[in-house]
Write a protein that binds this ligand. Structure first.
Ligand SMILES: Nc1nc2c(ncn2[C@@H]2O[C@H](COP(=O)(O)OP(=O)(O)OP(=O)(O)O)[C@@H](O)[C@H]2O)c(=O)[nH]1
Length: 387
């Protein structure tokens, strides 16, 4: 038994284990399509190592080589396909499949028809290289700010691609005939690096799935189930996090605290379901008015907050009135009935980046209290209070 035999057995077993792990993660993490593709990718990888182990049993070299290279190409293709699905990439998978078929046809041609050792050994590896680099780019460009798992995976994929590129190029340098020296170098590079690369890629794929799950949980923990906007914790966290940036980039930053008027009466008249529809629709009306980077949250039953940043003072000051008007002039429909909804608004202008959002909300709440006492359906700015 040569050391390469043991390496191949290890690669076979780890591929089987990874395939089982991805299958289990497919079951437990919400049956994501990409987890299933990665399960099959590692199963194909196991088939590739099994084929190489079984080489002495093959009568036909062409059959042996085509099986091994097809498993390799299929495995990398499915891995890349999984990454495309995970990030919603616009890359058309049919082009990847067509290029895989063309590559395998060329491998067949140089294995069985017009034998060229350098080409049949290297062509499918070059295909794998292109797909690994493509995956690295897809993973890295997924978001403006990549997750640590995505950065790690991207680097690992690039390194694997680079190593395979070197191995393929050494194989190609043989030319049409077998060159033992090049084969020895090719084997050395392949078997010294492939096990680490294999494990590295699989671990980062699992890390990516775990990070996606953590991100989803974090998003859920900060989202209001009924309206889909930020909940109390989400609004407090995000607005505190973004306050400094907003104050650096904009001239006017305001916190608006608004509360639907006589909401108890709406609940009494239209039932809790009617009240819920009012909350959802009122939130939508407001969300249609705000800028994409304004922060909007529901911090209590019928109490909402907004953190807005504008460069022009009149626009900033007129904005809460625009919101009040939008709500007051948009009747909400519920079960053939029309519900007229108004809200009261308290506004505070934030000037200092050390302001705690909690105390800004408390101040805006005082303004809101005056808006309610003043007859509701109105806006009160905190500056008016201090005069
Ligand atoms: N339908 C519905 N009602 C809710 C929800 N959360 C809180 N409420 C109700 O909202 C009502 C709030 O009433 P109040 O705090 O008395 O305020 P209000 O009737 O709006 O009166 P003002 O704020 O003074 O204009 C209560 O009846 C709560 O039961 C919710 O998620 N859905």
């Amino acid at each position: 038994m040569t050391p390469i035999f043991y390496i191949l057995v290890t690669l076979f077993l780890t591929s089987v284990i990874w395939s089982v792990i991805f299958l289990m993660s497919w079951f437990t993490l919400g049956k994501k399509q990409y987890a299933m593709l990665w399960t099959i990718a590692f199963a194909l990888s196991a088939c590739q190592w099994a084929t190489i182990l079984a080489e002495p049993l093959f009568d036909s070299h062409t059959l042996y080589w085509m099986l091994g290279s097809s498993f390799s190409v299929g495995s990398v293709l499915l891995g890349t396909w999984g990454h495309c699905i995970r990030v919603n990439s616009s890359i058309k998978i049919r082009y990847l499949i067509i290029s895989a078929i063309v590559t395998l046809a060329a491998v067949y041609y140089f294995t069985a028809i017009n034998v060229h050792v350098g080409l049949f050994m290297s062509l499918y590896v070059y295909y794998d290289v292109i797909l690994l680099i493509l995956s690295a780019v897809i993973i890295f460009r997924h978001k403006q700010k990549s997750l640590p798992a995505e950065i790690g995976a991207s680097i690992t994929y690039s390194l694997c691609g680079l190593l395979l590129f070197v191995a393929a190029s050494i194989a190609l340098l043989q030319g049409s005939q077998v060159n033992e020296e090049y084969i020895a170098l090719y084997t050395l590079i392949n078997f010294m690096t492939v096990p680490a690369a294999h494990v590295g890629m699989a671990v980062f794929m699992i890390f990516i799935m775990a990070s996606d799950l953590a991100e989803k949980m974090n998003h859920l923990a900060m989202t209001d189930v009924l309206t889909g906007c930020l909940n109390r914790r989400g609004f407090y966290n995000k607005s505190q996090e973004q306050l400094k940036d907003k104050l650096n980039n904009y001239k006017y930053v305001s916190l608006i605290y608004w509360d639907i008027d006589k909401f108890k009466k709406i609940n009494d008249e239209f039932g809790h379901a009617g009240g819920d529809v009012v909350l959802v629709e009122a939130a939508k009306i407001m969300q249609d008015c705000i800028n994409p980077d304004d922060l909007f949250g529901r911090i209590g039953g019928e109490e909402f907050t907004l953190l807005i940043a504008r460069n022009d003072e009149p626009t900033a000051k007129a904005f809460p009135e625009k919101l009040r008007n939008a709500l007051a002039s948009s009747p909400i429909h519920f079960n053939d009935k029309v519900i007229n909804v108004t809200a009261s608004f308290g506004v505070i202008n934030i000037k200092c980046n050390k302001t705690a959002i909690e105390s800004a909300i408390n101040e805006a709440d005082k303004a809101l209290y005056h808006a309610k006492n003043g007859g509701r359906n109105q806006v009160v700015h905190i500056s008016e209070l201090s005069q």
